[in-house]
Design a protein. Structure first.
Length: 201
């Protein structure tokens, strides 16, 4: 298996109310879960292939009932249109879990893979606001939620989340998605962001 490593800005915005019940291993707020997750790679490589500056979006759709951890998820993958063919292949290996690591553990929950698309993805950090957009498909922005100062983040600790035990809490400022026959607006709903460091040998 080809070794890989990424350091990336992570962003998610699901349709659960704050705080997302999935963090406590109970059912999502509305029984289902629709969540775009963006990864903006600051530095990264897959074998000898550099991945710096590229962005990937995984969209997970869980129809319920039950726990997210029970599986039965649909997933769509969007890869940065600026990726070369080599980079595209590397990103697809990593973010479909075929290259092992944390994403392999997430991929076992997916029972229907909707496909991979090249897309013009824009990821932005402006002060405390993290956002990601794909024209005509996705427009998500989150801001820190809670904390003693409006621009400070509240962090929950010892979570089961894939990003690790210390997880900043965020709220969706925008949360639009439309593709594959699905459409939702997660504005005002639960979100998270974090700088992650993931790898597999």
């Amino acid at each position: 298996m080809t070794p890989w490593h990424i350091q990336a800005d992570y962003l998610e915005n699901c349709n659960c109310a704050l705080l997302c019940p999935c963090l406590f291993a109970v059912e999502p707020t509305a029984g289902d879960c629709n969540v775009p997750i963006a990864y903006h790679i600051r530095t990264g490589q897959y074998g000898a292939v550099r991945l710096d500056g590229l962005t990937v979006v995984r969209v997970t759709i869980f129809p319920g009932p039950g726990l997210m951890a029970s599986g039965n998820q649909k997933m769509a993958l969007y890869l940065d249109e600026r990726a070369t063919d080599e980079q595209y292949a590397a990103l697809e290996q990593i973010f479909t879990g075929q290259a092992g690591g944390p994403l392999a553990r997430l991929q076992v929950l997916v029972t229907e893979f909707l496909g991979t698309r090249r897309a013009p993805i824009t990821y932005t950090i402006a002060g405390a606001i993290h956002s990601v957009a794909i024209p005509g498909i996705l427009d998500v922005a989150v801001e820190p939620a809670g904390g003693s100062n409006p621009v400070r983040e509240m962090v929950i600790t010892n979570t089961r989340h894939a990003c690790g035990p210390d997880l900043p809490v965020a709220r969706g400022l925008r949360g639009l998605f439309r593709d594959y026959g699905f459409h939702w607006d997660n504005t005002g709903k639960n979100g998270h962001y974090k700088l992650i460091d993931w790898s597999a040998a």
